[in-house]
Design a binder for this molecule. Structure first.
Ligand SMILES: Cc1cc2nc3c(=O)[nH]c(=O)nc-3n(C[C@H](O)[C@H](O)[C@H](O)COP(=O)(O)O)c2cc1C
Length: 287
């Protein structure tokens, strides 16, 4: 079975749209709030002291339910739905690849994160085996090259559109209207609209075997970042930061929900040398 048939079957089963008439629901909502600027607030309790735990007791009112991912009759797709809702917010790796024949591909993958910095290592999870690979995975396996681009508010509609299960000969660059910019160390272009892009090369991959069917159904790729592209107004002189006010990063939440990052707070990392001298800490340690 081809990857696109697989994807179509899975999508039909998943029924991602929770609303029936999605357009009617979307039109009933308030407009996108253009003028919400990223800003800092205090934490909820700036007087928090060691040992005092949570800032609300509300959690005590609710029981927890243990769910065995392989409970009898539980479809693994229910674990997919649960995990994409529970492991949030997730960054979205917007991955550009090119086949050996030169066909370009672009698609979002939220099973993406970075896992080390020296060397810069990223991992991406594909819900497909190598044999029935999504086009992005097939291209990475074939050429070992990709770019990972961070999605920002100003092109999220186009980025979401690239997740369509179009056949390999259709370029998501064309149908999304996004801009390929030449990369320096890998062949696949990076996304012009993105404020942060990483050129990367395949290090290794690992296939996952379904516990239900016993067949390969997923692939983890581990890649090394070999070049970064940072929008000049979003960074500093030493290229050590990206300003969230400018980056406006989009994250993935559960279902078909995306998140904006508009509010944040800062907290110092406690140094034990200072903390162990605090009265509250001494009292806890004496117990
Ligand atoms: C926000 C978002 C995140 C996604 N994350 C993943 C993912 O982590 N793994 C995956 O296999 N598919 C993921 N998908 C689905 C792929 O983008 C989709 O299957 C796409 O058609 C793959 O394109 P390709 O066949 O051109 O590689 C995601 C889709 C969206 C919209």
């Amino acid at each position: 079975m081809s990857a696109s048939n697989n994807t179509a079957d899975r999508e039909a089963k998943l029924q991602r749209n929770p609303h029936g008439d999605f357009n009617a629901v979307e039109k009933s909502r308030p407009e996108f709030e253009e003028d919400v600027e990223f800003h800092y607030t205090r934490t909820k309790d700036i007087e928090w002291v060691p040992g005092s735990g949570a800032t609300s007791d509300d959690w005590k009112k609710h029981k927890k339910i243990a769910v065995d991912p392989y409970a009898e009759g539980r479809d693994p797709l229910n674990n997919y739905k649960l995990l994409i809702a529970g492991i949030v917010p997730r960054p979205i790796g917007f991955v550009s690849t090119e086949s050996k024949a030169g066909i370009r591909n672009l698609a979002p993958f939220s099973y993406t994160t970075f896992v080390h910095h020296d060397p810069p290592i990223f991992c991406i999870g594909f819900a497909s085996s190598v044999a029935a690979a999504k086009d992005t995975l097939a291209n990475i396996m074939e050429t070992g090259e990709l770019t990972i681009n961070i999605i920002s508010e100003w092109f999220v509609e186009a980025a979401n559109y690239t997740a369509t299960n179009a056949p390999p000969e259709i370029s998501e660059w064309d149908v999304s209207g996004l801009t390929p910019l030449a990369s320096e160390k890998v062949k696949p272009p990076h996304v012009g609209e993105s404020a942060f892009s990483v050129e990367a090369k395949l290090v290794t991959h690992h296939e996952w075997i379904s516990k239900v069917t016993g067949k390969a159904n997923g692939t983890l790729v581990i890649v090394e970042g070999v070049n970064f592209h940072i929008r000049e107004d979003a960074t500093n002189e030493s290229f050590t930061t990206l300003d969230p006010k400018i980056l406006k990063p989009i994250s993935r939440l559960g279902g078909i929900t995306y998140g904006r990052t508009t509010q944040a707070f800062e907290m110092l990392r406690p140094s034990w040398a200072d903390e162990e001298k605090r009265e509250e800490v001494k009292k806890i340690l004496e117990k």
